[in-house]
Ligand binder design. Structure first.
Ligand code: ATP
Ligand code: MG
Length: 349
């Protein structure tokens, strides 16, 4: 897909800005605090109806305004869609070609954005939650049913934790709730395992392209219980084993909400052993991987790299730029970069 144009109104520091984008690389340049990240935040907002900065809508609306609006023209091959998102302090509405859209998956189908932001350099060093989010966001976009499984699981998890927290734990209720968790976790484990298996070779190829070295890369996913024909009884046993501790701490200590993925370079965990640059490049490779899992050229996501270039040395920067030329559409923010053939968008204060 291609984002042809973007108009933001009262979006953060931009009172009104209309931008025409090109295919291939778009370079958004300007001094610090001019509003470059805010522009890519609006692009990201088009795909998930939320900010990637984990803030409430209220923070997005310009300080001097009551609402914020994003309009975009998005092309999927021959299909042209007008997307409008209106954000107010009381809620938001999403229109695709003038028709109200209420299901998130209907928006994600129209705009898919792969984002790399500065904090992603911590992807392998930070908490497992970030890595689970990577799995969950990408799987939900690819398979809307996955999101359904996750929300059912989370609801069951909330119930189980409430039971554990009650002054007198109802054992029957707890048992039923554990069974529900095991049931909903099954398909999630299958999807996660499949995703990690599929991404493996892609990750190796991208890492080689970005680093220029053919090192050994591995990605592993360890579910809390391996999938097998005995899954249900093994999973129930696992919950049984942790029951005492769960009752003591009043929280569910095992399950898909505690799982993790790890990536290793030459047999060593990248989070604990990798350099800052290796962490940056391999996290970038991982975050770009889903692009190559989508076959249909017209449905390929757009790629956003916020502030990534300035931290790389010249050789790695050139290698990355060469690699990025493969993509349908890329947005790069930087304070001073120049890229031959790129569409240049200057943001001034
Ligand atoms: N709701 C808002 N209303 C008005 N201004 C805002 C709002 N939210 C953020 N800003 C301002 O937007 C400005 C630009 O932020 P942004 O993060 O986009 O800058 P940037 O160009 O990416 O800078 P850098 O190069 O440092 O990353 C900041 O100075 C910030 O104070
Ligand atoms: Mg920025």
């Amino acid at each position: 897909m291609i984002i042809k144009s973007l108009t933001v109104r009262n979006f953060r520091n931009h009172s009104l800005r209309n931008i025409e984008f090109g295919e291939g690389i778009n370079l958004i340049v300007g001094p610090n605090a001019s509003g470059k990240t805010n522009i890519v935040e609006a692009i990201y907002y088009l795909s998930l109806a939320r900010s990637f900065r984990g803030v409430s809508d209220e923070e997005i609306i310009n300080d001097k305004s009551e609402y914020s609006q994003i309009d975009a023209i998005v092309l999927e091959g021959e299909i042209r869609r007008n997307i409008r998102i209106l954000i107010t302090k009381r809620g938001r509405s999403v229109l695709v070609n003038g028709k109200k859209v209420s299901k998130l998956s209907d928006l994600t189908k129209c705009v898919n954005v792969l984002l790399f932001e500065p904090k992603d350099v911590m992807l392998f060093r930070g908490s497992p939650k970030e890595r689970r989010n990577f799995l969950d966001i990408n799987l939900s976009k690819q398979f809307p049913i996955y999101l359904e499984y996750i929300s059912r699981y989370e609801k069951a998890l909330k119930q189980r934790n409430e039971i554990l927290k009650s002054s007198k734990v109802d054992e029957k209720l707890l048992e039923a709730s554990t069974e529900l968790l095991v049931k909903y976790a099954g398909p999630i484990i299958n999807y996660r395992a499949m995703f990690v298996k599929d991404i493996h070779d892609i990750l190796i190829k991208i890492t080689h392209a970005l680093t220029g070295v053919k090192s050994k890369i591995d990605i592993t996913y360890k579910p809390f219980v391996n999938m097998s024909s005995d899954y249900q009884s093994i999973a129930l046993e696992a919950f049984n084993r942790s029951l005492e501790s769960d009752l003591k701490h009043k929280v569910t200590s095992i399950g898909i909400h505690r799982e993790d993925i790890s990536v290793s370079l030459n047999g060593k965990d990248i989070g604990t052993h990798g350099s800052q640059g290796e962490n940056r490049l391999i996290a970038l490779a991982l975050k770009l991987s889903p692009y190559f899992m989508i076959e249909d050229k017209d449905k390929k996501p757009v790629v956003v790299l916020d502030d990534v270039m300035s931290e790389l040395d010249a050789t790695h920067r050139d290698r990355l730029i060469k690699f990025l030329r493969k993509f349908e559409q890329v947005f790069i923010t930087d304070t001073k970069l120049e890229i031959e053939g790129a569409t240049r968008i200057e943001i001034r204060k």
